[in-house]
Design a protein around this ligand. Structure first.
Ligand code: NAD
Length: 426
């Protein structure tokens, strides 16, 4: 079993920049730990008449800049330290794109593949029943994450509104369109990743149509990143995903380029491609780690944490110029040092994948106004936010000769530390 602890990674990243910023001891103490945590049981009546009990979490890392914000992940390997790390990264993410929100995260240890829709609904409602007093539009706003969907969010909203006896569409984001959701939210994270890749390529004077990419994951983030990148002329030659029947991941490769139109119809709601049908369509089926070994210009990890580590980084080909972290925490501290030494252009997670939370923020604004914007309006605003955040980080990195991740942290931590100080917390 892996010893990797994402919260230790998040804390180590923070400590490095806290030192650079010479942060006061109390500020470090405040920001390297979570503000509050909930661990709870969720009893669920199963379809077979028995009751199963699932473990749920909600963590708020910091809310100095605004209400907590962060997804709820359903995953069999969910741990409290993963939730803590993700909550902390949410704080930095909201700060780096300068939206008035703090960082939170939630989760349930479960595999929704093994739950019927009714069981999933009861689990969602059960999570809200445990947390209803501690989350809300003005305190902590949940959203979807790995293996949770718009439908899960709507069940959660319905339970929250039933408990509170009024309509609170701003309680949760990632809702279905027409039920308080924002146009563009589904695309937002993947598109955001590509907006910042576009900016990085511009600076390198490389045309997107002259580049290739390999992507880990084939869920929400990966699919929309592939869509926009392909529209810009880029070619994705490999994707990887989890295969439920085999309980392991595979990479699917096609040299002429991955075609979303043929892959999406053979992919389930959880982003698992049907391997037999993929083979029939001419995709080469390779081991899970093959995505990172491809001779491409851009790597986009868009699955889980800890995937670019001391071992896998050795397999990265010299041609790779950009790593754009669609996933949260895909790179370990050791691998990050190697990437920095090799001079690969790193677009760190909390900048690269901030499109989701930025659009969630737009969704909340629209929900609270009960007035909804056109899709082009949402995506245009998203592009502006992502592009200006990228430029601010890149300018600082160039000016101070900083690694991109460190530059992003400097901006984010400085904003959050100032908010804590200005509120009189430290
Ligand atoms: P998702 O559940 O839609 O997709 C996850 C994908 O990863 C699936 O294709 C799954 O098969 C694949 N996967 C799982 N284990 C794998 C493995 N071991 N190897 C290869 N593939 C594997 O999730 P998502 O929403 O696309 O999120 C992906 C990552 O992006 C997560 O780290 C998440 O925290 C992060 N993220 C998501 C959003 C968002 O808006 N969805 C926003 C910011 C960050």
């Amino acid at each position: 079993m892996s010893q990797y602890n994402p919260f230790e990674t998040a804390q180590a990243q923070f400590d490095k920049v806290a030192e650079m910023l010479n942060l006061a001891v109390a500020t470090r103490k405040l920001l390297r730990n979570t503000a509050r945590e909930f661990h709870f049981n969720i009893p669920v009546a199963m379809d077979n008449g028995e009751v199963d009990v699932f473990r749920g979490f909600r963590v708020l890392h910091n809310d100095a800049r605004g209400p907590g914000k962060g997804g709820i992940r359903f995953h069999p390997q969910e741990t409290i330290d993963t939730v803590r790390a993700l909550a902390m990264w949410m704080t930095w993410k909201c700060a780096v794109v300068d939206i008035p929100l703090g960082g939170g995260k939630g989760g349930v240890i479960c595999d929704p593949h093994n739950l019927s829709p009714r069981e999933q609904e009861r689990l969602c409602r059960g999570w809200v029943r445990q947390m209803a007093k501690h989350v809300g539009p003005l305190s902590d706003v949940p959203a979807p994450d790995v293996m949770t969907s718009a439908q899960h969010m709507l069940w959660m909203l319905d339970e929250y509104e039933t408990i509170h006896g009024a309509k609170y569409p701003g309680f949760i984001t990632g809702k279905p369109i027409g039920m308080g959701g924002s146009l563009g939210r589904t695309e937002a994270t993947g598109y955001g990743v590509v907006f910042v890749i576009r900016e990085a390529l511009k600076d390198m004077d490389i045309r997107p149509e002259d580049t290739t990419a390999s992507v880990q994951g084939f869920g929400n983030v990966a699919q929309y990143a592939i869509q926009l990148y392909t529209q810009m002329g880029g070619k994705v030659i490999a994707v990887s995903c989890w295969d439920q029947p085999d309980s392991k991941a595979y990479t699917y490769k096609k040299n002429e380029g991955v075609n979303l139109d043929e892959l999406l119809p053979i992919t389930d709601h959880f982003g698992s491609i049907n391997k037999d049908k993929a083979r029939e369509l001419g995709y080469e089926q390779l081991p899970a780690e093959a995505w990172i070994e491809q001779d491409v210009d851009i790597l986009i990890p868009a699955a889980l944490e800890n995937e670019i580590n001391q071992e896998s980084i050795q397999k990265v080909k010299p041609r790779v110029k950009i790593i754009a972290e669609g996933a949260n925490g895909p790179t370990t501290i050791e691998a990050d040092e190697i990437i920095q030494k090799q001079g690969i252009f790193m677009i760190p997670d909390f900048l690269a994948n901030a499109g989701g939370v930025t659009c969630s923020y737009f969704e909340q604004v629209q929900s609270n106004m009960n007035y909804y914007w056109e899709k082009d309006d949402v995506l245009g605003r998203l592009d502006n936010k992502m592009t200006s955040a990228f430029i601010a980080v890149y300018d600082l990195a160039k000016k101070k000769k900083l690694y991109m991740r460190d530059a992003a942290y400097v901006i984010a931590i400085d904003r959050v530390a100032s908010a804590c100080k200005n509120r009189g917390w430290v």
